[in-house]
Design a protein around this ligand. Sequence first.
Ligand SMILES: NC(=O)c1ccc[n+]([C@@H]2O[C@H](COP(=O)([O-])OP(=O)(O)OC[C@H]3O[C@@H](n4cnc5c(N)ncnc54)[C@H](O)[C@@H]3O)[C@@H](O)[C@H]2O)c1
Length: 392
Amino acid sequence: MTQLNVLIVGGGMISQEVILPTVFQQRRAGKIRDVLVASRRAQTIQTLRRQFPNENFHAWPDPDTVNPQESFPDIYRDAIQKLKPPGAVIVATPDHLHTPVILCAIDNGFDVIVQKPLCLDIADARKILQTAQTAQRYVYTDFHKRHDPALRACQYKYRRGLLGEALCSHAWIEERREMPLKNFALWAEQSSSFEYIGCHYVDMFHFITGLMPRKVIAFGQKKFLPEHGKNAFDAVQAIIEWENGSVQYVQSSWVLPDANPNLTNQGFQITCTEGEFRADNADRNSNFVSTPNGFERFNPHFFKPYLDWDNFDRDYWTGYGGESIIQPIDDIIKLHQHPERRKQFLADFEKTRPVPRQAMIATAVIQAARMSLDRHNAPVILDQNLNLHCDI
Ligand SMILES: NC(=O)c1ccc[n+]([C@@H]2O[C@H](COP(=O)([O-])OP(=O)(O)OC[C@H]3O[C@@H](n4cnc5c(N)ncnc54)[C@H](O)[C@@H]3O)[C@@H](O)[C@H]2O)c1
């Protein structure tokens, strides 16, 4: 069986909580050989070594030879040089730093898995699309909600014609204030709640309906975060008109109080000519109260540890957060097992996977929203090639 070597670039929250547990489990399942990690600072590597004491991985920068606080923004290039084929690069850097890592990985002949959003700029998305097509590389954006069975069920009923045609929809996704103030303190001003999380439900609308966006109007508020030293939006709302005239309202924020019983409030509703779907994607009606953690709203579908069926002393992580990393790992293994069919497989994935042609739809919408915010909520038109136009 083909075994991949996997390099993860960026050792922050998503790498610690989802990517590395998934990759180490996939290694136990025999799909992965070497695991490499490159992050900006050696102190992040020290954190990962403490968090995964029993796992072997190569890491850059080396905490034994450099100042743990020092920043090495280009060290991922050294790590990519050391990655041996067949390999995959998983990009988990902040939203605005995906593009150079993706392009470097493709230039070195590797397939790529990138955290959502693919990138923040449609010109970057086009460059990624063209570079990947020319080099015949696979670039998968991890929009994990595509793997949430509740939302996937909506896609099923819609695509099988049971709901009729989309008319209107609303989605909400809001996180606790710890995200811009602590976890993303270094880069919150270069993103927003719409770019960071709102993009999920833009991708979801396309995933369910197959429709393309035509117009975006966005609104934002800066009240709480500027008072706490961050020149960033507290909340961003976007109204998106899709090609059949349906309208989606996406509400996003990242200033929920610390006492909110889950990190992310989120849900999705869609009204169609023959039916409606609505789901709370945070409250799955299963909650804990415990002395160490207080009240916890528990979403068993996302990514949670259970006792490993084969060894009750070991944790086994599962859920849609991991499924959306396993799917591209399996795809990349398939591409290596059948090199003569790579071109055909890549063409097939364009129809079913968040490869650049699909992932760039959310990128175009978040860039249009940013453009609308910069122009006093002016409407931004998207043409059939996702070029953005605004008269103001
Ligand atoms: N799919 C999901 O569920 C999900 C959830 C959270 C975040 N994300 C996405 O994942 C990405 C990372 O988010 P996070 O929560 O881990 O953020 P984070 O800020 O916790 O971690 C980012 C990491 O990247 C490192 N980094 C920054 N510049 C780098 C560079 N030039 N080279 C190497 N490493 C560099 C930082 O030092 C940090 O360790 C973002 O794009 C985010 O939107 C996805």
